[in-house]
Design a protein around this ligand. Structure first.
Ligand code: DC
Length: 235
């Protein structure tokens, strides 16, 4: 990996399995460095929500052709929400941060993110967001496809049962009573779909550093990454 002068902004790619705490971790790194944070999964979720709301997903059928024809009508933007200390996702001007986390969207998002035209459109947007560097982006293909030249690549993993419990608590706090077993099943099937899809499957970039956070606190993860940032000369 390249070295980073203190005042030179770099790109940090955080990839890994779903519900590993990638976004929490990536957001904390961005805050530490004064960088922009982008949750790329939120963008795939926004396209999925649009498909659900506009009839491209109906019952248990996804009409890919219909969804692809709608892509030009989908506007995605991030706006900082000071109350949350994070950016909220806006779909065609409306804040949908809560809606994109629903179990219904989670159920369909792997299918939607497997569509080539969807990926091309979102990857293009993501690359534009990173043009000025100084960005931390989390997702599945950030270190492999979106920013293969990222100076720091982190690949996160954690035990599926631990991940399910984390997501269960998160949803419960928001009043969503989805059973733990259903969440774990969703996580396992998304892992499989993410790893086996034809386009941009989830895989570790050869130059990525692996972080298994099954039994690590956010503070411990920060200490781990701060050491890497010191080595790169970013802190
Ligand atoms: O990180 P998440 O669980 O919110 O991501 C939602 C889905 O989007 C997940 O099933 C994988 C997909 N995704 C992707 O294919 N590529 C990305 N860069 C980010 C997410």
């Amino acid at each position: 990996m390249e070295s980073c002068l203190t005042n030179k902004k770099i790109i940090i790619a955080v990839d890994g399995f779903s519900s590993c705490g990638k976004s929490t971790f990536a957001r904390a790194i961005a805050a530490r460095l004064g960088y922009i944070f982008i949750d790329s999964g939120a963008m795939y979720r926004a396209v999925t929500l649009y498909a659900l709301r506009h009839g491209a997903i109906d019952g248990d059928t996804l009409d890919e052709r219909r969804l692809v024809s709608m892509l030009g009508d989908i506007d995605i933007a991030f706006r900082f929400n000071p109350a949350r200390g994070a950016s909220d996702l806006y779909l065609n001007g409306k804040n949908v941060e809560r809606e994109i986390r629903s179990i219904e969207v989670s159920r369909w998002v792997s299918r939607v993110s497997g569509i080539g035209s969807v990926r091309r459109q979102l990857v293009d947007m993501q690359q534009k967001m990173g043009r000025a560097r100084g960005i931390v982006m989390d997702g599945r293909d950030i270190g492999t496809v979106v920013f293969p030249d990222a100076e720091l690549k982190i690949f996160m993993t954690a035990d599926p049962a631990v991940r399910a419990m984390r997501r269960y608590k998160e949803l419960k706090e928001k009043g969503d009573e989805t059973p733990l077993a259903e969440i774990e099943e969703n996580i396992r099937s998304r892992d499989l779909a993410d790893q086996t899809r034809a386009i941009s499957p989830l895989r570790q970039a050869p130059d990525a550093l692996v972080l298994d956070n099954s039994h690590m606190t956010v503070e411990e993860q920060m200490a781990w990454v701060e050491e890497k940032l010191h080595t790169l000369g970013c802190l």
